[in-house]
Design a protein around this ligand. Structure first.
Ligand code: HGY
Ligand code: MN
Ligand code: MN
Length: 407
């Protein structure tokens, strides 16, 4: 049996999913019109929940349930999406937070903190290749030089913030101090198959793995596809192809390491021209920093040896690095009890996906609740969480905040 609260969340997810940068699929990148329309919808829902709503200078939308307490507890997730996204990644956590604030506002529950609901503006790191710009703003780890990051059209982050009516230079004032915060809860779809295979609606996140993102380029010599003999070519794509297959081979040498080449840009990219330059991305993740670094070092060596063998130039740019994070023991104890009192067994999970909780863990204790998603499919239109599992997540969140109030 599901309540109107879960149904309302699912209806709102459908409304948000209609807001996309593209006609042919769901995509809501940082600072686009669709993202602004998404914020406007969430603003409306936050106002219905009687929250004090604002949009900060990194386009996070923030709704405060001000109970006059000295500290604030944060709950939320991100509103941006990848290309060809599903409708639950990030948004489910934002809408569960709005739902929870609405419940708490109606009750005279003596929560010992204010509650701030956040819809983060840029978690995926797709447009500017740097994840967590939204949560870094709240955590005070955003750096002014990030404003000069450029998207693939050459537009700077600073310009996009200004076009959205905000003041880039004021971003640094939008964060919290450690003393102001009591903690952070993020509810998110698992984006993996474990809960589905175990037939469990929710799971408790113990750790979030670390990740590094890099941009690698090979530069050779363009030439006529018909006249340059194979042996005399400096074909940048062949260099990149060797590295791409090596990425997989190396990742398989480590337990629980994942490494992905998600983008490959071939220039000049014409059928009868030998590729002169290839830009490729690397996303590599592992729970242990030193093993991840060791693998990255091996990849850098391999890049140089491929370039040398093929008389190419190679360039390697580190884009971002986040360490693995342990969720807070005390908050996890409350979340564990909340899951059990909701009637579910507690499955502990390590998150292979990154989340805003990673960044916020630098300034406040964090915990995460995972919600089952069908066959673990995510970053895909078939991403699916059921009404019943949204209901389960609501129950756990209710218990969680009732317990916080009782502490
Ligand atoms: O890439 C990730 O782990 C997340 O989807 N941002
Ligand atoms: Mn994602
Ligand atoms: Mn996400």
């Amino acid at each position: 049996m599901t309540t109107p609260r879960a149904q309302k969340i699912l209806q709102r997810l459908d409304l948000l999913a209609e807001l996309s940068d593209r006609q042919d699929c769901l995509c809501r990148e940082f600072g686009t019109l669709a993202s602004a329309q998404g914020r406007d919808l969430v603003r409306q829902w936050m106002k219905e929940a009687k929250l004090k709503v604002s949009v900060d200078n990194m386009l996070n939308i923030r709704g405060v349930l001000d109970l006059g307490k000295p500290k604030t507890f944060l709950m939320g997730s991100h509103l941006d999406t990848v290309l060809n996204a599903g409708k639950f990644d990030g948004t489910l956590g934002v809408l569960l937070a709005v739902d929870q604030a609405e419940r708490l506002e109606k009750q005279d529950l003596m929560l010992p903190y204010n509650l701030e609901v956040v819809g983060f503006s840029e978690e995926e790191g797709v447009r500017f290749m740097k994840p967590y710009l939204g949560s870094m703003t709240l955590a005070g780890t955003f750096r002014p030089e990030y404003l000069q990051l450029r998207d693939k059209e050459g537009i700077t982050l600073e310009q996009v913030v200004k076009e959205n009516g905000q003041t880039p230079q004021a971003v640094m004032q939008d964060g919290f101090s450690r003393a102001q915060l009591a903690g952070y809860l993020e509810v998110h779809i698992e984006q993996g198959p474990v809960l589905d295979q175990l037939q469990l609606p929710v799971g408790l996140v113990t750790d979030i793995v670390g990740q590094q993102r890099h941009q690698i380029s090979f530069v050779g010599l363009a030439g006529h596809a018909g006249t340059v003999p194979i042996k005399q070519r400096k074909d940048a794509l062949l260099g990149a192809a060797e590295l791409v297959t090596y990425v997989e081979k190396l990742a398989l040498e480590y337990r629980d390491m994942v490494a992905t080449v998600g983008t490959l840009e071939v220039l000049p990219g014409r059928i009868n021209v030998i590729p002169e330059r290839v830009n490729m991305s690397l996303d590599i993740r592992h729970a242990h920093k030193d093993e991840m670094q060791q693998a990255v070092n091996k990849l850098r060596e391999k890049t140089s040896s491929i370039a040398k063998k093929r008389q190419l130039l190679s360039y390697w740019e580190a884009l971002s690095e986040v360490d693995s994070v342990q969720c807070n023991t005390q908050l996890n104890a409350v979340l564990r009890e909340s899951i059990m009192e909701s009637g579910y067994p507690v499955k502990h999970l390590v998150s292979g996906a990154g989340h805003d909780a990673v960044v916020l863990s630098g300034i406040t204790p964090v915990c995460m609740l995972f919600v089952r998603c069908k066959e673990g499919i995510s970053h895909h239109p078939l991403e699916q969480a059921s009404l019943e599992d949204i209901e389960s997540a609501i129950k756990v969140c209710d218990n969680f905040f009732d317990k916080l109030a009782a502490i």
